[in-house]
Design a protein around this ligand. Structure first.
Ligand code: RB5
Length: 153
């Protein structure tokens, strides 16, 4: 498995912790975030990881900023990205099982190292269930691709 990871200045340490954790599992990690504590605009990392995931250059992505919010908002503007902010492992697993999340995001100011590892592990170990969830994911994709959802108008 190949995974892209991105972050801003608030999350350099947690990014390194998660990278090591993933590499210990044999996962190849592409780091496109900042490695500096200098202020760094999170949309740059969100966009980079989003593009790699959407292009199929990596299997999935991890994004970390202060809260996980801004960086996931940026990634979600890249067509094909489904980035979910999760602060605990249950939501992380469901974001894969039901929402087919291809990027997980969390906040370095919100979760500690061990919780972050649990979040990533739960998400990686879960599988998309398809079935009734596919119709709903398809509706999200329709909004993304057309800017409309006729069924809701
Ligand atoms: C940076 O101060 C902070 O705004 C950023 O890391 C993130 O939390 C934004 O959503």
């Amino acid at each position: 498995m190949k995974l892209a990871i991105g972050n801003d200045h608030t999350a350099v340490e947690l990014k390194n912790t998660i990278m090591s954790h993933l590499q210990d599992k044999g996962i190849e990690v592409v780091n496109v975030g900042t490695d500096s504590s200098e202020s760094f605009d999170y949309p740059l990392s969100g966009y980079r990881v989003g593009k790699l995931v959407a292009a199929g250059d990596v299997d999935c992505g991890v994004l970390i900023c202060g809260t996980g919010v801004g960086i996931s908002l940026a990634a979600n503007k890249v067509p094909g990205v489904r980035a979910c902010v999760c602060s605990e492992p249950y939501t992380a697993a469901l974001s894969k099982r039901h929402n087919d999340a291809n990027i997980i995001a969390f906040g370095a100011r919100v979760v500690g190292d061990e919780m972050a590892k649990l979040i990533v592990d739960s998400w990686l170990e879960a599988s998309y269930e398809g079935g009734r969830h596919q119709r709903r994911v398809d509706l999200i994709t329709t909004i993304e691709q057309t800017g409309r959802l006729e069924a809701a108008e």
